[in-house]
Design a protein around this ligand. Structure first.
Ligand code: C2O
Length: 334
């Protein structure tokens, strides 16, 4: 890995130090910071297309194990499968209201940042639960490759060949999806309408944008969804869920393991849209988008908060990239 810093990292280091850095300005401190930055560059997790990820039995086994371990934890534990899913939406029969439950952001320009944060912390929890320190969440690329439009095979069967339970399977999907006989249709997964837009957000109903209508604070179920939230995002939810499966319902969707690969892909499409340029940009001057705080939990079960400004550059700030994103592409976003 490169041992030299980019100009950007040097600037960040300098501004960090000149801001006082909590009063620690000694040389050992600087060198530990340098080491930390190097360690970070050398451990960028790569989110891989499930079509290639699933060629590795070890990777699929780690994914299954992480899901299984999370599912075995008590629903009061923030690192459990159910707690994480309930952060997205609270099932109708659930009377508890634990911290950050029911806080997903839909129908506004917080859709993209909130889900990036959500998937990021989920991935950290999953990695730790899996016991595989190299595990990164794969993505489901239904849009770019027609042969990838059926549900990926590792998610389809209730039992594995050895008779054990497949933690990636849930019954609550459209039957044809689980059988692999229903594929998503190209019209359902097309992002071209969304990608033609150059504006990230819009401000009044009747307008359209890539990322949704402006809001001043968290919007759980707004009505100003952006074009990409509509398609492919909502379409995939509806088709996978069928008439009343989990993916169809905001309250239940994140209980289906495929939810996370779907959202990994949606997050990837955000980066791809930005990389087209032509004025496409994140709303870096919008104070609400940049500074509003959302609550999550890390892999130790500690409560954490994040703001839009914390998740703009996935490599520098969150330590991950997508396998088809040229290194440095993320720089275009800031
Ligand atoms: Cu918060 Cu795909 O939904």
């Amino acid at each position: 890995m490169p041992s030299n810093f980019s100009r950007r990292e040097v600037l960040r280091l300098l501004s960090f130090l000149s801001a006082g850095a909590a009063g620690v300005g000694s040389v050992p401190f600087i060198s530990s910071l340098v080491n930390k930055a190097n360690a970070q560059t050398s451990s960028v997790y790569v989110r891989e297309n499930i079509a290639t990820f699933m060629q590795s039995p070890a990777k699929i086994a780690a994914l299954r194990e992480g899901v299984r371990v999370m599912q075995s934890r008590s629903s009061n534990d923030p690192t459990s499968w159910i707690y994480q899913a309930n952060m997205h939406g609270i099932p109708r029969n659930e009377s508890r209201r634990l911290t950050a439950w029911g806080t997903c952001n839909h129908g506004s320009f917080f859709f993209f940042p909130w889900h990036r944060m959500y998937v990021y912390y989920f991935e950290r929890i999953l990695r730790q639960a899996s016991g595989d320190p190299t595990l990164a969440l794969p993505y489901w690329n239904y849009s770019d490759f027609p042969d990838q439009r059926p549900l990926p095979e590792p998610f389809r069967n209730r039992l594995l060949p050895d008779g054990s339970t497949n933690s990636l399977y849930v019954e609550q999907r459209a039957p044809g999806i689980n059988q692999g006989t229903t594929a998503l249709a190209s019209a359902e997964v097309s992002y071209s309408a969304a990608f033609q837009r150059t504006n990230f957000f819009h401000t009044s109903s009747g307008q359209q944008s890539f990322g949704g209508r402006r809001a001043t604070s968290s919007m759980h179920r707004g009505s100003g969804g952006g074009l990409l939230e509509g398609r492919p995002h909502n379409q995939v939810h509806v088709v996978v869920g069928g008439s009343n499966g989990w993916m169809r319902q905001v309250e239940m969707a994140a209980r289906d393991p495929i939810f996370w690969l779907h959202h990994s892909n949606i997050d990837r499409l955000w980066g791809r849209w930005l990389s087209l340029g032509g004025g496409r940009a994140n709303p870096l001057n919008d104070r609400d988008w940049m500074d509003d705080r959302f609550t999550f939990f890390n892999e130790n079960g500690d409560r954490v908060t994040m703001r839009g400004r914390d998740i703009i550059d996935t490599v520098q700030q969150l330590n991950y990239r997508y396998d088809d994103a040229p290194l440095g592409n993320q720089m275009l976003v800031s």
